[in-house]
Design a protein. Structure first.
Length: 317
């Protein structure tokens, strides 16, 4: 048995090192990318986009029963364990207002802000907890790819809806419709403030992987512009999200977003205070050496939260 990654959420299926023989059974193509590394362990070259994509296909097939998954060249190929952690900690957040019970049914509805071409959050959320999702996306190629994943997997077809965002300055406006109710929203915001900053970040990532690359470095495992950078960077995006969320405070129980830089937290808390939210939660997640976190907020006081849970979720078993 491989060593357990105790830093991951207890319900995360990726707490143990990758079992490549088993993963290859689920996705034989992965065999082409697996080799014994300098430590004597089977692994892949994590700087190779094709290898990472093949690993993701294997993980999604093996652990979540997803028979078809693909993304266009140049789009964000996310690390599945970390994405799963966000979903599991969100489940705990919902449980915290439901007598400790995670609500597991299709009527539990999440909004994935920026579903991307990969559709990973809805995949994990639905396959693990039965939730349904609306995924917003501003990039037409990304939403086309996400829709292809949804339509090719019968278990997702009636559980995930992709909605295009036509205005790059809006996050919830144009996506949350009159009458829509969401139990949570989630987001992995672009954290660079420019294309140049994103390019520098990708170079650092490659160097950390031991792959010194020259000026010709590509973003093909790092994502598209809309996935990686936003004018004003992470805090600019989250500030916009907080400001817009106030108009939908009665339509979503918990808003949430990942925050990559802890130094951004004080500003975010000030923005939340200014928006007059009722409650704020900060949830820390650790993946190996990296510490990440998400901030969640609600405009509903405890009485409204209780009413929401009783009305929408009913008696949980």
């Amino acid at each position: 048995m491989s060593a357990e990654k105790t830093s991951l959420h207890p319900r995360n299926k990726h707490r143990f090192r990758y079992d490549f023989p088993e993963l290859i059974k689920s996705h034989p193509e992965l065999k082409n990318y697996v080799a014994v590394n300098s430590y004597g362990d089977q692994s892949i070259d994590f700087s190779d986009p094709a290898a990472v994509k093949s690993l993701n296909k294997a993980l999604l097939k093996h652990f979540y029963g997803i028979s078809y998954w693909d993304i266009p060249a140049g789009y964000l190929c996310p690390p599945i364990p970390g994405r799963a952690d966000y979903v599991h900690y969100l489940a705990d957040l919902l449980a915290s207002v439901n007598n400790g019970v995670v609500p597991t049914r299709k009527s539990i509805r999440g909004l994935d802000v920026g579903i991307g071409a990969n559709c990973v959050y809805p995949i994990v959320g639905h396959q693990e907890y039965g939730w349904s999702f609306v995924g917003s996306e501003i990039n037409s190629e990304a939403i086309k790819a996400a829709k292809a994943i949804v339509s090719a997997n019968p278990e997702l077809a009636n559980a995930v809806v992709c909605r295009p965002q036509s205005n790059k300055h809006h996050i919830f406006k144009g996506i949350i419709k009159p009458g829509d109710l969401f139990d949570f929203s989630m987001c992995n915001p672009p954290f660079h403030s420019s294309a140049e900053e994103a390019q520098a970040g990708t170079k650092r990532k490659l160097q950390n992987l031991g792959k010194q690359r020259g000026k010709g470095v590509t973003l093909n495992f790092g994502g598209q512009n809309t996935e990686l950078w936003y004018e004003g960077g992470e805090v600019g995006f989250i500030r916009n999200m907080i400001e817009e969320s106030a108009a939908f405070g009665n339509q979503c129980l918990w808003f949430s977003t990942l925050v990559s830089k802890s130094s951004n937290l004080p500003f975010i808390y000030k923005m939340l205070q200014y928006a007059k939210v009722a409650e704020v939660r900060t949830v820390e997640m650790a993946q190996g050496q990296k510490i990440s976190r998400f901030v969640a907020w609600t405009f509903m006081d405890l009485q409204k939260q209780d009413s929401w849970v009783k009305t929408r979720w009913g008696q949980q078993v």
